[in-house]
Design a protein around this ligand. Structure first.
Ligand SMILES: [Fe+2]
Length: 289
């Protein structure tokens, strides 16, 4: 993959938004001319890619997908999130038929993933205008760091603050692999199309974006967001985990705007027990020294 131009990399504020919400949406970023071709291309199917194939070698039989991942904004976002030359985990074309009557349960796309300093991302491309009726992907902002086991969240029907994607044609959404999500029921007269690729990083995900605004106040504001489905106290845990992730990807292990992490990582090492329990011994030791 050619190196994207710096101006197409994500900003720190956009990265912080991704770390806080688990998603980043780019509206109508794919040109119309490609969206027009997409339905036919997706209906014909995208040739399979073996797990772990480097992105630059992955879609040699699909000119369309190569163009998609090389669009400047898309390539810039991929580089910012997972770095140069990620590998392809898997890809899929999802078609939800008109009036199909089925919805997907809420789920994460993996079993519990305990990595704290690395993550996969899923690119989701929507070639059509997606209306509310068409049942675009539902996701729960801020759920990606609440580790769950694949479909065990399926029994939750609706969470306060969940979003159903409504977007213009050519929208690309990047999701953190841990986010709770599910395709909704299509109640419209149109078949709904979505193309997904999951990427695995092959480098440490540290400062891969445009870091000019690394210490902008808006970064902290993004990381401090709360979501209506959080419990009062556990919501703090989400912020705590975000700060840990931000520290990992920004390479600044002191970053902590509201001291959530500092409070519970303070483990002083200086021992003063001698002086408290046996002041003479402490004094003697000093004299002998
Ligand atoms: Fe999924």
């Amino acid at each position: 993959m050619p190196q994207p131009h710096r101006k197409h990399l994500l900003t720190s504020v956009q990265m912080a938004h991704f770390v806080a919400t688990g998603a980043l949406r780019m509206d109508a970023v794919v040109p119309d001319e490609m969206n027009q071709q997409a339905i036919e291309v997706l209906n014909n199917g995208i040739p399979g890619v073996p797990y772990g194939t480097p992105l630059s070698e992955a879609f040699v039989d699909s000119d369309f997908v190569q163009r998609l991942v090389r669009l400047p904004e898309v390539a810039g976002a991929i580089h910012s999130l997972v770095g140069p030359e990620p590998t392809v985990d898997h890809h899929a074309v999802h078609i939800r038929k008109a009036h199909e009557g089925e919805a997907q349960n809420l789920h994460g796309d993996a079993i519990i993933d305990v990595r704290t300093d690395a993550f996969d991302v899923q690119l989701m491309y929507y070639p059509q205008d997606v209306t509310l009726e068409m049942g675009g992907t539902l996701s729960v902002p801020g759920s990606h760091l609440r580790k769950t086991n694949e479909s065990d969240t399926g029994r939750y029907q609706n969470l306060l603050g969940q979003t159903r994607l409504v977007c213009p044609a050519g929208t690309v959404q990047f999701l953190h692999h841990g986010i709770w999500h599910g395709g909704r029921k299509n109640d419209s007269d149109l078949d709904r199309y979505m193309f997904k690729i999951r990427f695995n990083p092959t480098v440490r995900q540290v400062r891969l974006w445009n870091t000019d605004d690394l210490y902008d106040e808006a970064v902290a504001a993004e990381l401090e967001q709360s979501f209506p489905w959080y419990e009062n106290a556990t919501g703090r845990l989400e912020r705590y985990n975000r700060i840990l992730l931000w520290r990992a990807i920004s390479g600044d292990d002191t970053y902590d705007p509201n001291y959530w992490v500092t409070r519970v990582s303070n483990r002083p090492q200086r021992v003063v027990a001698d002086r408290v329990n046996n002041p003479h011994a402490a004094a003697n030791k000093k004299e002998m020294a």
